[in-house]
Design a protein around this ligand. Structure first.
Ligand code: MG
Length: 249
């Protein structure tokens, strides 16, 4: 509120339809990892995206262009490229996860404001990622926020069933005894919020601060598609810590 360098509220918080009453009832806060707990303009996820292309190229013995096409096709059809590779090619996920997440963490800059805001939220906090458990711990550890979370739920924990499929969410809810009516889900991927919303969770979509589309996201998940399908989203903002602080203050 008092931050003089903030952009006008309307540019940052594109939509906010979450009532104070509902916000105050939230006891479980569930965060996606990549491009949600760090800003997309840190360009960190692009490393993983490129490693996936290289891995698929080698694994399927195809050129980079074809590998890229397959990667994006599986992302749209199966939720993650990994899930498609497992379903269609019976690929062992362990080596893939290890290789594609072997990335330079130095691009990630810890954000003290975000840490303080998450810490101030009353109740339990979780990470729920389509990435590996090691990736979740590496990234959250580097961001100096890992200690804030009750648990990390990674693709191995979901039996390799990725968001947006509902089975993974059901496993998550059961494992941590989540009451969806008292939970809120934070994501940068629009379609991953459909199931949480259907289950009764509040939902927040983080959009890129630089206004650029994500080259790695399927059409349906791009911010450009925001106008089409956002009725299931309670809050849309490009400033996660700013929004949290606006509710906590
Ligand atoms: Mg994400």
């Amino acid at each position: 509120m008092s931050d003089p360098i903030s952009k006008p509220m309307t540019e940052i918080h594109i939509k906010d339809a979450l009532s104070t009453e509902r916000f105050n009832a939230i006891g479980d806060w569930i965060f996606d990892l990549d491009n949600t707990l760090y800003r997309a303009d840190m360009e960190f996820f692009g490393q993983i995206d490129k490693k996936m292309t290289a891995y698929i190229s080698a694994y399927l013995d195809v050129d980079a262009a074809q590998a890229r096409k397959t990667q994006k096709q599986y992302l749209v059809e199966y939720g993650t490229s990994l899930s498609g590779l497992m379903a269609v090619h019976n690929m062992d996920p362990a080596d893939f996860l290890h290789q594609v997440h072997d990335v330079d963490l130095s691009l990630l800059k810890p954000e003290p404001d975000l840490r303080a805001a998450i810490k101030a939220l009353p109740g339990r906090k979780f990470i729920y990622t389509n990435g590996s458990r090691a990736h979740a711990e590496n990234v959250a550890g580097h961001l100096q926020i890992l200690d804030l979370f009750e648990g990390s739920f990674a693709i191995e924990d979901a039996g390799y069933i990725p968001k947006p499929q509902c089975e993974g969410f059901e496993i998550f809810n059961k494992r941590f005894d989540i009451d969806p009516q008292k939970a809120m889900f934070f994501e940068d991927n629009l379609r991953n919020l459909s199931v949480p919303h259907q289950m009764g969770m509040a939902s927040l979509l983080v959009t890129p601060t630089n206004g650029q589309d994500f080259a790695h996201e399927p059409e349906a998940a791009r911010p450009g598609a925001l106008n089409a399908q956002t009725s299931h989203i309670d809050v849309i903002t490009s400033d996660l810590s700013g929004w949290l602080n606006s509710r906590l203050s």
